[in-house]
Design a protein around this ligand. Sequence first.
Ligand SMILES: [Zn+2]
Length: 205
Amino acid sequence: MTPAPVHHPSTETLAAYAAGTLRAGFDFVIAAHVRGCAQCRGEVARLEGVGGALLAEADAAAMSEEALMQALARIETAAPPAAPARTIEQIIAAAKKRWVAPGVWTARIDTPHAKDDRVYLLGVAPGVQTAKHTHSGAEFTVVLQGALNDGGVVYRAGDFCERDPDDTHHPKVEGAETCVCLFATQGRLVPSGVIGRIAFALADV
Ligand SMILES: [Zn+2]
């Protein structure tokens, strides 16, 4: 049995996720963590409950009979429901691997995101040096397989990691298994060093 995740999103991030206001693409990474984390599932359910109760109060106060009729009319003219949404697992499984360096592959994730953001998988074999880099924006990561050592902190399958803009970091694969992570990255990465620049230019995710 997989041990429970140790590193979780902040309450602010989970609240934004529960409210549906999280940046597109970043919500996918949170969903990937939440599906495997009983603690965060409970927290999201609690936050959704809080949000729902607030909305219900506002609705009760604001909804006149006329507004109610308009709302009912909108429901009647609404488009038929779309095809069932694919699960996170299906979306991840459909991602196409591209080898960008020995022991390193990337795969673009087909989920809505802002034009300059990227949502992708990165697989790195043990012993491969990854590029030290800085971000121009926020980055969310969930480890899907193996483990990652970032500045002495070890992130294992299911763990979540959030990076702020201007953080420079140099994550390394921990252990003997290929590490696969799901990323949402805002803006471009700013790799340090020639190898980093080549790897990320090739990756083009
Ligand atoms: Zn969690």
